[in-house]
Design a protein around this ligand. Sequence first.
Ligand SMILES: [Fe+2]
Ligand SMILES: [Fe+2]
Length: 492
Amino acid sequence: MAALSSNGFSHAAPGPRARTVRFAEVISALTYALDLTEGQRPGHTLRTALIAMRLGEEIGLDAETLGALYYAALLKDAGCSSNAARMAALFGSDDQHVKRDMRLVDWHDRWNLARRTARNCGIGRNPLARIKHFLRVAHTPQMTRDIIAARCERGAQIAVALGFPSASSEAIAHVDEHWCGLGHPVGLAGDEIPLLSRVLLLAQTLEVYWTEHGLKAMLQMLRARSGTWFDPTLVQRVLSWRHDAAWWSTLADSDRLDQAVVALEPGGTPMQATDERLDAIAYAFAAVIDAKTPFTYRHSTNVAQYALGISRQLGASPSLQRDVLRAGLLHDIGKLGVSNRILDKPGRLTEVERAEIQKHPRWTWQILERVDAFAHFASSSSHHHERLDGNGYPWGLRDHQLDFTARVLAIADVYEALTADRPYRAGMPVEKVLGIMLPDRATAFDASMMDAAAQMARDGDFARIAENGTDPAGTLARLSEQRHESHLRAVA
Ligand SMILES: [Fe+2]
Ligand SMILES: [Fe+2]
């Protein structure tokens, strides 16, 4: 962790490029962003992975299947952002709160489900608004199925794009199927449900109950849902752990959680975090970020590509260009911690809501700081709303505190936001955008970078970049294809 200054932030110039690290370390560290989106306690995904791997080993899975389970456990919530906007709109409450609370209810108990739903509708609003949201939820056919389907499909797609085994994506796609056949999205029952999905469902539900209510309540929940939610054979296996105090205390040790999970990676040769894999994971998380709200569709990938284009124009070194690209892809990862109730609000934001949104660069910094391979640009990436004259946020830094990456991202971020189409307005034409940005040349924005950006904008370079498939889904599909092609080359 970098040294903190008085405002809680390190302004040191980016350090040297990180050592080569294991890919599992990178993914494990990034799972904290997924926990944030799901409203779960930090470490939820990693604890789920530890539980799933113990269960997988005890039921005798072979090394290859354990490998598939391991990556499925780490990426099980990779699709979590794709239903956040819908959850917030339907419930009229913070999506993270609703997601966390609804994970604790037994959906098959209709009375409790209705009570819990009512409790989560229109939180903090007047009774009439709460009733309206409750009725909207109650009268939305297939709501649970659709919300789960969006999350599972997206998560499975990301696992494929990252080159993980098809058993991993299949496990994610069916993680919410229930043993009794009343789960989603397909309604598979019993042995029809992939075994890894059964393990994952049990592991993640156990984790949520255990952290929220403790061991006794968790064991009660397992017994009550055995044969409805869960495969009874798996439940019996977990019940046998109840006196294993040492194991439960290992699970509770948040300081060693990352290490414990990385150490569990199956297979003789750990997967290294090569440059290609680091790019792939940065693109994958850009897709997770951009899926959070319909207002930011393509935003992260466009910002990254525009910033990369300006950097090339200014002769940045290949290594700096790579950092700019990754820092751009991940600059808004902190938005995963902001409620869609605020991010997607159509009207004017209150002071409190604005302050909430303005926290996202701090989250970006905190998330990227955890990732060894990305920590050296965590500060720069999180400075994308800072301005040379000190009028930016959240730290109000000044020119000498803002490095190349921070400066170029600040320009790319504003340019993208103004030119992109939004659900409520078309993107602004180039000259109008430049008319807004150029007066801030040298006060808010770096002068030479702003000149280069203006030239590129007038030459149509950014428009071409945006057209040439920076769509997150397209990017993921391309990554998947590239991997398939290189695999074919390797076996030819
Ligand atoms: Fe931002
Ligand atoms: Fe942004």
